[in-house]
Design a protein around this ligand. Structure first.
Ligand SMILES: Cc1cc2nc3c(=O)[nH]c(=O)nc-3n(C[C@H](O)[C@H](O)[C@H](O)COP(=O)(O)OP(=O)(O)OC[C@H]3O[C@@H](n4cnc5c(N)ncnc54)[C@H](O)[C@@H]3O)c2cc1C
Length: 431
């Protein structure tokens, strides 16, 4: 069953593009990509730019999954940075920390270059603040600040403390914040649609309403949909938290978490300037965090609810859960009307290192950015394109990471993650 976009701010303000057809018949390409989110589309663009013939098969619409529902914050967090450093040391030795540091910012450059090169209209703006939620978070912010300065980013970061935070946010919640002007925020669905159009402009084929039901392995694998099939030299599976393919080999590593998010009515210019005069995106230091930013038409997008149960939110549950947090953050917005509320599935990996590998010599997968996938998906897409075009060094670094496989399927895995998160949330309350 093909599903339309959910009722999100992004879908309501999506740029118009020519329709993407359904796959009807048999085609032959170099690379078949399953999933039309950032991972699939950015990989397709990388490969198209290198002259490969690609076909993307998307079950629903372009950016229908997490890509078209997220907070739109492009940050240097890789989610599992520390774990990556630890694991990558096994392959890279002392170079690991440098590699991970550069990885943090690589996606920013890819996205900015794309937006410029293809003239993608996606409201891209620089400016982000990671806020302390309580004084015990401040030392970590200071350490991040010093790390950034030591790595030559002193012109792009600033530590804001005490009353000065109010120059940025009209909120009593935050004792400090780390301002980062390399980080960005943008309309994520429009970025993805723009990249998809770029793929088409380079001769790539993109099909929507074309759910892949089976991958037939062989010298040249075949991916099948209800009305057609694609034969390719290589297949990339990029269905993230939404796909059910290859469950024999991939099962038990990625767990879907439902994240709730909403958008207010447009705020007046005056109110928007009061609550967030520098138009920055924000998230706080907690394990289960709040995040927000203004849109181009001055709505406040506010996210934070997370259900690790594997089940989703019903229609009004997001507002019920998030309104108290929004009003606590900005008392001025008490009673503000919520125009859109929606949720999406993020792919959580236990060690928070993206899950990259292959299920056959010519069938690769890339998934699981643990809620921090805007930049990471673009980095991974570049790595997968390098891999498919014959340069496996970075693929091996990721694919050699051992991943915990939890038994008894998603229910058990999600229950275990729920319990783990509950433990960390309680621990955080004590600090
Ligand atoms: C509410 C929310 C807020 C977030 N906020 C941020 C943020 O502010 N910053 C950040 O960095 N990250 C954020 N993330 C995470 C980020 O959105 C994701 O990591 C990223 O979009 C993942 O992209 P993807 O292409 O791998 O997966 P998805 O975007 O989920 O795409 C997978 C696609 O595969 C398709 N598919 C599945 N099965 C099949 C099949 N059998 N055949 C064909 N197609 C199939 C699906 O329909 C879907 O379109 C957020 C996530 C959510 C849910």
């Amino acid at each position: 069953m093909t599903e339309p976009y959910c009722n999100s701010y992004y879908a309501a303000s999506a740029n118009q593009t020519a329709a993407f057809p359904m796959l009807d018949g048999d085609i032959d390409v170099d690379v078949a990509i399953i999933g039309g989110g950032f991972t699939g589309i950015a990989s397709a663009l990388e490969l198209s730019e290198r002259g490969f013939r690609v076909a993307v098969l998307e079950a629903n619409q372009i950016g229908w999954g997490a890509t078209g529902r997220n907070g739109g914050q492009v940050t240097g967090s890789l989610s599992g940075d520390k774990a990556m450093e630890r694991e990558f040391r096994k392959t890279l030795g002392a170079e690991a920390s440098n590699y991970v540091w550069n990885l943090r910012w690589r996606g920013h450059d890819i996205i900015e270059d794309r937006v410029k090169k293809y003239g993608i209209q996606c409201d891209l703006k620089h400016g982000h603040m990671l806020t302390a939620y309580k004084p015990s978070h401040i030392p970590a912010l200071k350490a991040m600040y010093h790390e950034a300065c030591e790595n030559g980013m002193e012109d792009q970061v600033e530590l804001i403390e005490g009353a000065d935070v109010k120059d940025y946010l009209e909120s009593d919640l935050y004792p400090a914040g780390l301002l980062n002007n390399k980080n960005m925020h943008l309309h994520s669905l429009n970025l993805c649609l723009g990249e998809a159009d770029a793929v088409r402009s380079l001769g790539g084929q993109i099909f929507c309403s074309s759910r892949v039901t089976e991958i037939v392995h062989g010298k040249r694998p075949i991916v099948k949909t209800q009305h057609g099939q694609v034969t390719a030299d290589t297949v990339l599976l990029a269905g993230n938290a939404y796909h059910q393919l290859a469950q024999g080999s991939m099962k038990g590593v990625l767990f879907p978490a439902s994240l709730g998010i909403m958008a207010t009515e447009p705020l007046s210019e005056e109110v928007a300037n009061k609550i967030n005069p520098h138009d920055i995106a924000v998230y706080d230091c907690r394990m289960v965090l709040d995040y927000f930013r203004l849109t181009a038409d001055k709505r406040l997008i506010f996210g934070g609810g997370t259900k690790y149960s594997g089940g989703g939110y019903n229609t009004t549950a997001v507002e019920n859960e998030l309104r108290p947090a929004l009003e606590r953050t900005f008392p001025r917005l008490k009673g503000v009307k919520i125009d859109y509320q929606w949720s999406g599935q993020a792919g959580i990996i236990i060690n928070r290192i993206p899950h990259i590998g292959k299920i056959a010599p010519n069938v690769f997968f890339a998934e699981g950015y643990s809620g921090h996938g805007m930049a990471t998906s673009h980095i991974v897409a570049e790595i997968m394109a390098n891999t498919i075009t014959g340069s496996l060094e970075e693929f091996d670094i990721f694919a050699n990471v051992p991943h915990t496989k939890l038994p008894f399927g998603k229910w058990f895995g999600n229950a275990a993650i729920s319990l783990g998160m509950w433990y960390y949330v309680q621990l955080e309350k004590l600090k």
